[in-house]
Design a protein around this ligand. Structure first.
Ligand SMILES: NC(=O)c1ccc[n+]([C@@H]2O[C@H](COP(=O)([O-])OP(=O)(O)OC[C@H]3O[C@@H](n4cnc5c(N)ncnc54)[C@H](O)[C@@H]3O)[C@@H](O)[C@H]2O)c1
Length: 442
């Protein structure tokens, strides 16, 4: 075994078929020196994962040792880009388990569809690797809980890809709200209206494209024939792989309402309406139309989406309206403003707001990546910890579950991690994995 940079000594074979318990790993507290480059691997390269990897490499403090995808064409394309733009020649993998055997890899980026996040994060934690996992943390509440358990058990640094937590625009808005300049925040109205939320136009099933390992793409999800409208990019509209706009954008934006109140509590209740009401010729299961209320002790969070078009309140396709007693803040990723109510407090708040405005020369993802890299070396908690990612994922999944289970309103018992009096809702807490990918334990 080469001198491991991972700070642990491996004494047992990591995997059997599917996941296995790595009970014989013992840990040391070695960490990387300040000048040492961090070695990363990427799992899931087509879109967001590769964008995040580029941000890693742009820091100049990272080497890419491996990239992994089930699609050979994507591997070939991305490796050519890495060579040309960054002079990096990573090893190419189809099976992420093989990549995790490289003991020089310190951290992985997980940019796969949501149904893979749990297994790949748990395996990475078991292998002693730190993790930047895309949002939502996982495709179910039960998987989120397993990931939290694994991160804690194996002492891993996990950054969840909710980059708004590292954005100076949102930080400025949060500081302003928390300093009391809008009075008591009692309502957060959130909306996310996106054209892509209706999915792709329906098509018949077809042969699996050459170079694609579709069985490995499905992984823990049920076996089925290949259909392009459920594959690259489009998977987010099918329950087996994603949660539609409710989880895709929900975790980013609901998290802003929770952050503004420094609220780490789990939802106690959710009321949700979700249906597919239009665009019948498009292929999806997740809802094109949703309205959701999360009643909290002394404030309320509202969520709205209408997919298939791209406009909304204040002429913004998405945003958060923070309603306080004395002023209202409206925010998106680019900026936030205090809306004039005409009263004295509002006018004062608008003048003070300018002092809180911040911008970064890096993108939000660039800031998020830099925060993660710093935390890997310092062994500190990153700006979107697994606890934060898990908690907001619970809100988003509960909204979908309330609408899917047909009950409309659900109450959650945090102590038992289950819904009160709803068998149908409780059946959606954890998907049943295909036999070969069953996770026996973390
Ligand atoms: N933070 C953000 O703002 C943001 C934006 C977009 C997407 N995302 C998240 O990023 C993730 C990926 O989304 P996307 O739009 O890039 O999806 P995508 O379908 O475009 O890309 C996913 C890639 O993962 C690969 N893949 C699938 N299973 C794999 C496996 N077992 N091993 C290796 N590779 C595998 C696919 O072949 C594909 O290349 C999702 O979780 C999504 O929610 C986050």
């Amino acid at each position: 075994m080469n001198a491991s940079r991972r700070g642990f000594v491996k004494k047992a074979a990591l995997f059997t078929t599917g996941a296995s318990l790595l009970s014989t790993a013992s840990w040391s507290n070695t960490s990387l020196s300040a000048n040492e480059k961090i070695n990363v691997g990427l799992i899931g390269c087509r879109n967001q994962g590769f964008y995040v990897l580029r941000e890693f490499l742009q820091t100049g403090n990272v080497s890419c040792l491996g990239i992994c995808d089930i699609d050979q064409q994507i591997l070939d394309e991305k490796s050519a880009v890495l060579k040309k733009d960054f002079q990096q020649t990573p090893r190419l993998y189809k099976d992420f388990r093989k990549m995790l055997e490289d003991k020089d890899i310190d951290a992985v980026i997980i940019g796969t569809p949501d149904h893979w996040h749990c297994l790949q994060t748990v395996y990475a934690c078991q292998a002693g690797v730190d993790v930047y996992v895309e949002k939502p943390l996982a495709n179910s509440i039960g998987e989120c809980n397993l990931m939290l358990e694994a991160a804690r058990k194996y002492h891993r640094i996990v950054q969840v890809g909710q980059q708004q937590r590292s954005s100076l625009v949102w930080q400025g808005a949060m500081d302003f709200i928390k300093a009391g300049h809008i009075g008591k925040l009692r309502k957060a109205n959130i909306w996310a209206n996106f054209e892509y939320g209706i999915g792709a136009k329906q098509q018949a099933d077809e042969a699996v494209p050459q170079g694609v390992d579709f069985d490995l793409w499905l992984g823990p999800a049920p076996e089925r024939s290949f259909n392009p409208t459920r594959f690259h990019g489009n998977w987010r509209h099918f329950w087996d792989y994603g949660g539609g706009l409710m989880t895709d954008w929900g975790v980013h934006l609901l998290d802003m309402a929770l952050w503004a109140r420094d609220d780490a509590s789990e939802p106690e209740q959710v009321m949700a309406y979700g249906r597919n009401l239009s665009f019948e010729e498009y292929s999806r299961e997740t809802f094109d139309t949703m309205s959701v209320i999360f009643p909290k002790k002394d404030y309320v969070i509202n969520w709205e989406h209408a997919a298939g078009h791209q406009s909304g309140p204040y002429d913004m396709p998405y945003g958060v309206e923070f309603i306080g007693d004395s002023a209202t803040v409206v925010a998106d990723r680019s900026d936030w403003t205090v809306k004039a109510g005409g009263n004295k407090e509002t006018k004062e708040a608008r003048e003070i707001a300018a002092k809180y405005k911040k911008q970064s020369s890096f993108s939000d993802v660039g800031c998020h990546v830099r925060d993660f890299l710093r935390c890997i070396k310092a062994r500190e908690t990153p700006s979107c910890s697994i606890e934060v990612g898990r908690n907001v994922a619970l809100y988003a999944h509960m909204a979908n579950i309330a609408a899917r289970a047909g009950d409309g309103s659900l109450s959650w018992e945090a102590g038992r991690q289950s819904f009160i009096n709803s068998k149908r809702a409780n059946a959606l807490i954890m998907p049943s994995y295909r036999e070969s990918w069953r996770l026996s334990s973390v």
